[in-house]
Structures are given as structure tokens and as C-alpha cells.
Design a protein around this ligand. Sequence first.
Ligand SMILES: NC(=O)C1=CN([C@@H]2O[C@H](COP(=O)(O)OP(=O)(O)OC[C@H]3O[C@@H](n4cnc5c(N)ncnc54)[C@H](O)[C@@H]3O)[C@@H](O)[C@H]2O)[C@@H](O)CC1
Ligand SMILES: Nc1ncnc2c1ncn2[C@@H]1O[C@H](COP(=O)(O)OP(=O)(O)O)[C@@H](O)[C@H]1O
Ligand SMILES: [K+]
Length: 481
Amino acid sequence: MQGIWTTERIRAAEDRLLAVTPDGELMRRAAFGLAVHAAEMLAEHTGSVSGRRVTLLVGSGNNGGDALWAGAFLRRRNVAVSAILLKPERAHAPGLAALKRSGGKIVSLEDGPQWIRRTDLVIDGIVGISARGPLRADAAALLEHVSSPVLAVDLPSGVDPDTGAVDGPAVVADRTVTFGALKPVHALAPAFCGEVYLVDIGLRPELGEPDLQRLDTADVAAAWPVPGPDDDKYSQGVVGVAAGSATYPGAAVLAAGAAVRATSGLVRYAGHAADVVRGHWPEVIATGSVTDAGRVQAWVVGPGIGTGHEGRDVLRFVLGRGVPVCADADATTIIARSPDVLDARDPDTPLVLTPHAGEFERLMGSPPGADRVAAARSAARKYDAVVLLKGHCTVVAAPDGRALVNTPRGSWLATAGSGDVLSGLVGALLASGLDPWLAAGAAAHVHSIAGSLAADGAPTSASGILGAVPDAIRSVRSLAS
Ligand SMILES: NC(=O)C1=CN([C@@H]2O[C@H](COP(=O)(O)OP(=O)(O)OC[C@H]3O[C@@H](n4cnc5c(N)ncnc54)[C@H](O)[C@@H]3O)[C@@H](O)[C@H]2O)[C@@H](O)CC1
Ligand SMILES: Nc1ncnc2c1ncn2[C@@H]1O[C@H](COP(=O)(O)OP(=O)(O)O)[C@@H](O)[C@H]1O
Ligand SMILES: [K+]
């Protein structure tokens, strides 16, 4: 697991560390790491370091201080460094002195645009973890002139450090170098952060338990069910899929197919698309109704079942079976409109809800808003369920407060039916007996890898994602071994 800490926790940890560290030492560690990355980016983009031009955008806090010190380090490698001070009177004084001593140039705000346009690399030290609100106008105006690669100090300015939300102009970085620990912005705003690198400044022992987590490949590989010598088709957990309808059989094919591809046990299907499902997946045992589906260890319910009385009855039935349930799509809408269906649920049986933003609004009465982690947590508490909030970054929260984020590699998953594939994956992992929070997180992880493998730079489809599930599992398992 990768730990992620909110800025409040980071600041408290930094205060403890600062109290036992010589003055300026932490910033120098941060800035040295930053300078190493800046030099690497110059070499990557221009073929050399010496003689190249770097422009620093310097705000009034320590984030600007990091940039100024990094500029001084880069001067030692004969880089031409210029600094644009957004508030000259409040620029970090020791950093500014160091840059001046090293031969760096201070450029006025008015002259800034022409320097930015001629530079080989921009270093964004406008604002860091103390950012409040959208970028101020003077900083935003400078960004319009950027065409070189951008290295963000700690985080891309203009993006909220704790939620990753963007409400106005913001830096779009090619690389972000952060210090001490990952912050929520790094997991929740990948399109603004670019590649994220963590520089160790000795903060880890001061941090305590993380506020948020991200699964490592190794976590997912360890969680993914692998049959042992004593396993048979039943012992690995039988998945039941109640999805699709005569009009919408596709959802059934996709959800059942994902369950087939995710683990090697047995998949049952119940619903009006039994013939179509059998036609696609001869290995699935398909029946017309959940009442005669036979025993399963987890149910996936909802995709394409409709929101009428029949869908309600199906949902009520599976919730009453005493096995984990992944309620997706129409099932979340039914729960939102008729919360009494949840009376059928034995409170001890795990429930995973997988809303997208629209379904979330139905469940909670308001959209997720800027703080998607807090939103998922409150829904998890309200429904006493694991809530997987879909979107570019998928957030998974448990009723006990645990939360994880899946950071995608691109947006290829945004294709019709992709969510049906995800619910099949979640169901398969629930049936294998995995903790429901981990099951949802591991499913989202493999789903997004399958999406990028299937797309490989060009549009894909839900069927494409489904087809790439085995490769995604294989890649997770091989990377972790
Ligand atoms: N405290 C420490 O021990 C360390 C801090 N470090 C750096 O220090 C940063 C935090 O520094 P600070 O707490 O001084 O604050 P920041 O540098 O994050 O920003 C605060 C300043 O930015 C201005 N500001 C706030 N919101 C703005 C907006 N939306 N647009 C434009 N300007 C805005 C404020 O007026 C304030 O002066 C970290 O992000 C990191 O880069 C690193 O040097 C590592 C060590
Ligand atoms: N912009 C995006 N980037 C990455 N993933 C996305 C994006 N938009 C949606 N997704 C993912 O695609 C899937 C879409 O699911 P869903 O909204 O249920 O669609 P459908 O009902 O068509 O299957 C979810 O896993 C979601 O997290
Ligand atoms: K920054």
C-alpha cells in the first residue's frame, strides 16, 4: 500500500521534524532533490544540462523557497536560471539570497512572459501545500505563456492539495516532485501532476497512519485469487450474476464475462438474457430467475435489470441470501428510490455499491462535489457499505473510514459498458472471500490496467477491456513477482 497524507497531517509532521533538524536543512534536502529532477528533465528534453535555461515561478511561501534553492543548485551545473517573483517583497529571503549569490537572474513580472517563452524548463514554485482557492490572476496570466516542459514543486499550483479539485487556471506539469510523503492531489489529479516522484526528507517516522491509500501492484497480486492444488470449481467461490434483460442483454454478457475472466471457479447467471449469456459464455450456468440459480458465494446485481418492480424483487432476493453483494447500476438507483429494499439485507453481509456521479447523487441527494474522498466516505457510512465511486480516479471507501484511490493511466475506461465489466470483477473477488474494500480496490486496479492494455493508444470498448482482463491480471502478477 502507498500511504497518502492530508496537508494538515503533513504540516504537523513537518513541525515535529523541523523542531529537531537544523534550520533550513529540510528545504535544502527538498530543493536538492528538485534540482536533480530538473537536470534530468533538461537532459531528457534538450540533450544537455549545462547552458540550458530554466525559469522559476516563485510565489511567496516556502514552495517558492524550494524553487529558489533548486535554482541555486542548478547554477552549479552552469544552467542559466531566472526567477520571476510573484511578490518580490515576500519571496523566501534565504532562497533568494542563495540564487543571487549563485548568479541567478531576477526578472520582473512584466518581463516574465518573454523569459517563459524562451526557456527550456519552467519550475512551478507558485504555491504548495498552503494553497487556498484557485490561482491568483498574476500567476494565471504567466501560465498562458508556457510552452516548455513544466516541473511542479510539491504539487501543480492551482490544484487543491487535499482534494485534487481544480476550479480555475492551474499548472499542468510533466513531472511533480513532492517531499516527505504523497498528498491526496498526487493520487486524485494525475492529469495535472504528470509523473510523480517522492523525495525523502526524513518525514516518514513522523507521519503515523495514512489518511488515504493506493494499492501497489504487489497488493493486488497478493489479493488476486489463484487456485491451489486442492481447489475445485466450487471452492474458489461461485459468482452469481443477476444482470441484463431481454432488451439489454449486453450488460449481462459483460458482467458475467468479467466474472468468468477474473477467477477460474464457476459463474452462474440468472435473468432474462440467459440464452445470450450462454451463447457468449458456454461455461456459465445460466437460468431465468435468481430463485432457481443455485448457491453462490457472492452476487453481482444491477447492470441492465431495470428499476421497476421486477428489478426490486431481484435485488431484495439477492440481498437476503446472506452472501456479499455488489450492487451496481440499476441496483443503486433502486436502493436510492426504495431504501427499504435494504431491509432484506443481513447487516453482517458485505455490500459494495458502485455508483458513478449521477447514481451517487441519487443515493446521497447531492453530487459528490470537490472532495470525492469525503463524499465516498459519507456514503459508505450512510449505507454501511463499501462505496466505489467511479470517475477518472475511482475512490473506494469502507464504513470504517478506510479509503483508497485508484489513479488511472489515461481515460480509455470512459466507454459504454465499462462499468459492467468492473462489477463482474468486483463480484468475482467478493466470491473468493476477499475483504470487500480490498476486493473493490483490486477490481478497480485491474480494470484500469485492462483498459490501458486494451486501448494501447487508441479507443477501445467494454468488450476490449473484458478481453484484456487476463493480460491485466498476468501483468499485475508478473510485475509483483
Ligand atoms: N515546512 C517544511 O518543512 C517544508 C516545506 N516545504 C515546502 O513548503 C511548501 C509549503 O510552504 P508554505 O506553507 O510556506 O506555503 P506555500 O508556499 O504553499 O504557499 C503559501 C503562499 O502562497 C500564497 N497563496 C496561497 N494560495 C494561493 C493561490 N491560490 N494563488 C497564489 N498564491 C497563493 C499565500 O499568500 C502564501 O504566501 C511545501 O509545499 C513545500 O514545497 C519543503 O521545503 C519541505 C520542507
Ligand atoms: N475519464 C475517465 N477516466 C478514467 N476512467 C473513467 C473515466 N470516466 C469513467 N471511467 C471509468 O469507466 C467506468 C464507467 O462505468 P459506468 O459509468 O458505470 O459506465 P457504464 O454504465 O457504461 O458501464 C468506471 O469504472 C469509471 O471509473
Ligand atoms: K507548486
